[in-house]
Design a binder for this molecule. Sequence first.
Ligand code: FUL
Length: 742
Amino acid sequence: MHLRKWKIAFSLLFLPVLLLQGQEEYTGNPAVTVPENCSPERVAEIAATVTPALRQLKWQQMELTTFLHFSPNTYYDQEWGKGNEDAARFNPAQFDANQWVKVCKEAGSKCIIITAKHHDGFCLWPSKYTSHSVAASPWKSGKGDILRELSDACHKAGVGFGVYLSPWDRHEPSYGSEAYNTFFLNQLTELLTQYGKVTEVWFDGACGEGPNGKKQVYDWAAYYSLIRKLQPEAVIAVMGPDVRWVGTESGYGRETEWSVVPMDLSNQEDIAGNSQQSASSEGFIPSGDMTNQDLGSREIIAKSRNLIWYPSEVDVSIRPGWFWHESENERVKTAEKLLDIYFNSVGKNSVLLLNIPPDQRGLIHENDIASLNGWRYAIDNTFKINRAEKSQIHISGSPGNINGSYLFDRNDASDILLPTEKECTIDFDLGESQTFDVLMLQENIRIGQRIEKFRFDAKVEGKWKNLCRGTTVGYKRLLRFEAVTAQEVRLIIEQSRLAPALSEFGLFIQPPSVQAQPATATFKDSVRVTLSSPLKGVNIYYTIDGSNPDINDIPYEQPILLQKTTKLKFVAISSEGIQGFCTSADYGKSSYNIRLENAADPRYDGGGPMGLTDGIRGSMDHADGRWTGFPGKNLEATIDLGINKPIEKIGISFLEETASWIFKPQQVAILVSDDGVAFKEIYSISNDPPTKDQSTRFSVSTSYHGEARYIKIIATPQNPVPNWHPGAGTSAWIFADEISIE
Ligand code: FUL
């Protein structure tokens, strides 16, 4: 054992690059059959020799890819078309494929996958095999081809081009018969032969009923072999053999993400029959529950005879829906949220497939672009300088320091092969004291995915302090922790399968953040807000007029005293001139006494009853902390103005977000009183339940020319929830915010 260790250590000394393969020679070993009666240890070793096919390796290296959901749904304000949509409504008058590609490329995307056909069967290219396509639309007088313009723009910009062709087709009459498989193969052939190189073919798993009420038996094997024949370098994703769906659409990958998994994730009986014998897709049908937390641990693979390289893709939309909806323009994920998704997808051994749906004009909306720009700025500035790049490295057991430059060369093909001992420590002397809050690790997956458990420490004031721990690394692992300043750090690989090949090691610092204390508040007279950043040497700037702060705004020097309802916006700029995210916090003044007959749900208490009259309106996000939510109960609020006062107008706003079971109240009544006992109704309204999903904010108000001391608002929930909704028969939620009294 020792001998082997020293051999590795010496090879590190004299021949530190153990692998620097040209991609051309690389073929990979994406499927293995485990011999019978292997011990679990032996199976783990075999799993460590499974490596990606070349197309999978290139796909993994892209890290960031884009989905574009665009179809008649964009014009019908819906997510799933029925197949009978009128092509006459499809008219992206300002369509500009170059804008799409420019926005995606600038955001860092390496491949764009377009919904060539979604479940509604409408084709964005003039397919010869159906009339339900752009050819029937008024756009470019039926002479246009979205795919032609997009593929040309992608190829010109050096961005990959990918297609989403929905197997489920709610328009095509042959759906549900063998003829449909031929129809589908014909459409695939058009896509794979008319638009140049295709990087990814994305098949969704949905298999519903077609126009004749029948379901289709898909001939996956025929689809796959056609793709292999026509576009051998394209990966086939999700319902395909090359790329696995991560299992959620949240943007958040698994903590432990193995790219090597059993061939059949659930049904052991099928393994032999379904075996993916080589990088080819023959006989492969994805099965098993992709949502399981554990897909590739020693316990799981020990039960398997066939192991495959099947890496994870995280798909998520920048908006709540996959398609563009006007009502979601204010609900675009913030740059900060996108960064969190990045760390939890790309940083968890997955490729991120971020959906950016074009709008009815045929352009990517300004709000999406603003988020993407902020996101890119944060990623670029975080990863610009590797604070470890000048390190001297020592590996436990080896006689001296080694040149670790291969760990900092931003080349995932050069690596240092670590000893196979149970525990191996790599000490880094960073050369000088550095501040960092991100650890990046990469394995050379051409050798295999091997690290099972690690921890990372820094020497702070003479003592080792643990900063983070992790399990799998794979292609890339990113971990964040509180910023620390240190010169000595160590990475301890606590467990691995065979010898891990570490290809990159990075320490980075994110753009500075600012915390406000209190984070939000409703107050009667005044509130004092403290702003701070965990990083030393940063300058904080803020505004109180709602504008975005920068270096020209008020520098923060001492706690800020607020005496009226204020949206405070703040930003930090590091000593290196890097600007953090602009953050805002709401502070609302409420001078009324308000009593609620029914308490709000504790998860949605809107900051307490006073939050209903603090001048800050809830956003389109029901969980923003501003909304007061009542589950199936009346909202009954009584406000005491202290003395009789003249009143001009009384109003209240509500949220409707039926997908979250939040409906407009069935009834709203506004009452006034001088003594708090006898109330007079001055307004009442009834609302019919909606007939389809809605997402909107709405207000009711009434003018009142008189005096009163007490105001009462009673809102009753929709009861029962209508039949078309999954909550049918129950009593809906009411979400209210801001009662206004003028
Ligand atoms: C799902 C589809 O049903 C959605 O509409 C969307 O295309 C998403 C990416 O896949 O299964």
